[in-house]
Design a protein around this ligand. Sequence first.
Ligand SMILES: O=c1[nH]cnc2c1ncn2[C@@H]1O[C@H](COP(=O)(O)OP(=O)(O)O)[C@@H](O)[C@H]1O
Ligand SMILES: [Ca+2]
Length: 502
Amino acid sequence: MPEARGGTKSSHWRRCLVVITAVLLLVVIAVLVIVAVRQNRPTPPNLKFGIVLDAGSSHTGLFIYQWLAEKMNDTGVVRQRDSCSVKGPGISSYWADVEQAGLSLRDCLNEAKRSIPVEQHRETPVFLGATAGMRLLRSQNSSQAEKLLQAVEAFIHSYPFDFQGAQIVTGADEGAFGWITINYLMGNFLQDMAGPHETVGALDLGGASTQITFVPDGEIESLDNSMHFRLYGKNYEMYTHSYLCYGKDQALKMFLQKLGVSANGTVFNPCFNEGYEKSINVSNFFTSPCTPMPPWTTHQTLRVIGTGNSHQCRDHVRQIFNQSSCAWNQCSFNGVYQPHVWGKYGAISAFYFVMKFFNMDKEKVSLDEVKVAVDKFCSTPWDQAKNEYKIKEKYLSENCFSGHYVLILLVDGYNFTSSTWNNIQFMKKIGGSDAGWTLGYMLNRTNMIPAELPRPKPMSKASYLSVMIIFSLLSFCWSSVCLYSGGRFADRDRRIWRRDLI
Ligand SMILES: O=c1[nH]cnc2c1ncn2[C@@H]1O[C@H](COP(=O)(O)OP(=O)(O)O)[C@@H](O)[C@H]1O
Ligand SMILES: [Ca+2]
């Protein structure tokens, strides 16, 4: 009988132990859940901002970027927060009245002030990069270009931001930073990608220059066209070239210059729709170094009349590309070295605008389909085209030329073919951020792309604590189970031993 009482007592205590352990377990789990919820409560993010002004030849755009301070060196964390299109022409057009160049930026800078929290203004870097319009102005009149940049700088300095100065970006940098932007936004620098060949090339068509940048599949023969980058622990040998004067606005002028003019000052233009007419003032029109005054300037005003003939248009556009000599193994045009194009490409800026107009910016559209669409538009009478498309008259009137120009530049110039055409993706944005050189430029100026992969961060305090508690808890449970089963075995053994004794 006493033994039976002892057995009841010990099983009672065992039950008590199990209940206490269960309660303790519940309490610890509840504490853990509370800690986890508190730790993960959204705290105000430590957002940083940066502004880049893209002072292009035709217009200026302002881009605001944002990122989390603690993640600044990680891949793919900088995103576009906002953008603003400056009213009026590009800053180089204000060469005769430089103060106006700065003032033209006022509305967009004010918008940037509203978009970024006031307490962040002082530490927000602002960069202004000017491209081909300013390169051309500098080549014509360097002191005027300098004055213009100084006036723009003085104006931006009146804002509460951390202004880093206005610079004329080189053609090579414009190409390289466009390439960095596209690959950064596409996440191509991530470590798990197969290798440097997984990057996409960048094709940028501006108003005054155009850039081609890619990682070729062999050696780069010309040092002038080669750029080396080490990004996130990988080396990239890039080919890049910027063709000054081959942006679509300057190319149109070079093309017009090559057309013949009749005795009464009429120019028949096969790249304008039939029925379209416009007058041009010769001394205002042929002002850039790309188009020195043509020999037939006995006329002050020219009457340009569209004839909408694709065949003739193509022939004339081809004349601005010199294919006659190449001192390298392979060239694009004008004797410029270019390795053969391969892999995928992102075509941005005016490449996109032009293809979008023809509705040819979709994937899997063939080169022939694009040619058909361009020809069809060119043969549309001007009045009909105006009724059909409600876009800016300047763009509409130039689109027959622009369509042919894009085709000839990519096919005859860069040597894309029917089979490589589909490797080009015409794009404006990647995941909400504009695809242009500005983001790559800011990442570079703020050292936000490290040469080596950032080392994995140590565990946060909260995670460390949670892991410690979970492991202690598991050990505790494990030992309890062991003790409990140990006790049961010992009881059983004692019972067997006693029975044996009896
Ligand atoms: O909506 C559009 N439709 C067609 N072309 C456009 C549109 N917006 C901008 N563009 C063209 O894109 C080009 C942009 O060139 P940008 O001003 O960047 O010159 P840059 O890069 O040579 O300095 C210009 O030729 C401009 O006319
Ligand atoms: Ca541009």
